[in-house]
Design a binder for this molecule. Sequence first.
Ligand code: BGC
Length: 717
Amino acid sequence: MKTREQLEDLISQMTLQEKIDMVHGNELFATKAVERLGIPAFRSSDGPRGVRKEFEKDAWKDIGLTFDYTSYLPCNTALAATWNRELARSTGQILGKEARGRGKDMILAPGINIMRTPLCGRSFEYMGEDPYLAGELAVELVQGIEENDVSSCLKHFAVNNQETRRLDVDVEVSERALREIYFPAFEAAIKKGKAKGVMGAYNKLRGIHCCHNDYLLKQVLRDEWGFEGILVSDWGGVHSTKEAMENGLDMEMSVTSDFDEYYMAQPLKEAMEKGEYPMALLDEKIMHILTVMNQLHMLDGERKAGSYNDIEDKQALRRTAEESIVLLKNDDGILPLDAKKIKKLLVVGENANRRQAPGGGSAEIKALYEITPFLGLNMLLGGNTEITYLPGYYNMDVGNIWANTGVGDNGLADSIDAAATPNKKTTPEEKKALEEKMNAQYLVEVLEAAKTADAVIYIGGLTHDYDTEGQDRADMKLPYGQDKLISELLAVRPDTVVALLVGSPVDMTAWLDKASTICLHWYAGMEGGYALAEALFGKINPSGHLPETFPLHEEDCPAVVLGEYPGGDKVHYGEDIFVGYRYYDTYEVKTAFPFGYGLSYTDFVMSGLEAERTTSNGVKVIFHISNVGDRAGADVAQIYVSDKFPKVKKAIKELKAFEKVYLEVGETKEITVELDEKAFAYYDEEQKCFRVEPGTYSILLAKSAEEVVDVVDIEIM
Ligand code: BGC
């Protein structure tokens, strides 16, 4: 490793052009090397659910070779649904190793924006609605990635909570909501995780684009949080040389190939030559980039090698997929299914047979393989069961809105306006008519086959035509006429197992009361379909819990009721701190399934909650958890804190600790978690700092935001 003095010496030897070359893209995913001084190009790739395929250097054109088939990792929402720090770390380790194996220096991951509205197209890339959960897992992910001499890149800083007008929507949000809801995951990943990279968001905050927002980048990120890594723009997120130069950005990346025209290319060089900015300002950016390169051993030949598609990593990816599955309903004990009793299995729903990896926008993956649910069921049942697959509904989408635009892989450049052009070839009316016609035919087949099957599994949900970059969903309904199909199927086969594959919440009210058995599954990576089959047939015991509330309807969502969504040029976050369960809980709004919720095939009892003060404002919380059912399994114990007599508005409770606990049949464990001062603090806008209000606080032991099992009160000074 070089010393700081050596890096300064290196900078002193650089010409202006060489410095300029380092602060902007000279390829779509790389800067230019300064070969003369042994400084390599800085190469990045998307992120977050694996390392993206290769493009031409200057065009969004698939290179089309075979060397970039890679692991497809569970999406971040799936990871968040595991509530498992260890799995976040192993996922990060695999991502980092593969990024390095593919010759990258920075993986553009993880995505850690908070889910403000269920309709946000990129929810699947993020970690749900709670800043504590997202922060805890992001720290592990980042550390896992960076163990491999590869930089992570937290994105998108900040308040990139919708895709509608994502490039310029101006977010108005209170300082308190920023500090309590939208910042903490970034802050944790930087301060505790030591993330080396951050990506600015496309949108504006308080009138200024986030990629050159003095408040966000200089005041908060650099000065308050002490971030010394690389601040990179989102691709095309820079709009001014002056603001980018003066407000903290280090590296401009974009979607076009006129690299010299980038704001931080020739225009910056000319401005420097005219003396518009001090050289020290440019040197500071170079120092950030060189510091990260140095930490990644890019300058000393000591760098770790990576690898990808390692056979042993498949097991870890499978485990994450398994633990992400959330059992929502099992009223009649239909699950797990008994393979021995099922000779004829009917699988209905196009998601059973669909590969999801190639869609979603920049999170697309050229997967080495992907086990679909249908494949997984066949693999698991192994020849003794006759499995019939029927699509059930007609889906003419190709799984990627960008591909539909007719511009092939030029998705990113096109993403600037892709949202407006979901499908140029077929009109929505034609599409609807075709869908209705095909669905009617499919329904007849399904109802007929359902009569004679020993069991029926429905596998539907969303696709990346809905969970996607560049576009929000129009509503929370299931697409392709699925509500009708599910209702009709349940009418003839009330024992149908409904499995939904989603990246964000859907409205199930059309059939929710009629379905006894519902299982949730995400874009869960290359092993995802096998994991689902294992859960349905009891080879594993589901242990996922929701990282986000599933509201009954989108109209119930706080962004709609109290705030604005999607807004116009501006969007006002009127719901303030009442995001997700903080709203549903405090305002007593009924939900379909609450934050933190998830069932198991066994039963757990949590009891014996005790809390004692350790230091003036630290608290040690102890409780017991027992497996009283007849299978081994895991539950997520959630600790919420509630201010009993708040003097300022507060959510009725907030998640402050959690522990995923594995228990054999009959086993009991004593669990201890520590809460520090932060667990009791709120952001005081007048004092401009976090403050603890002295008084009585309740510590709640819960199985979800709506199922509190024990409470103790404690005095905080
Ligand atoms: C996305 C980023 C992504 C970048 C590069 C942008 O459109 O918002 O998340 O990392 O493109 O592909």
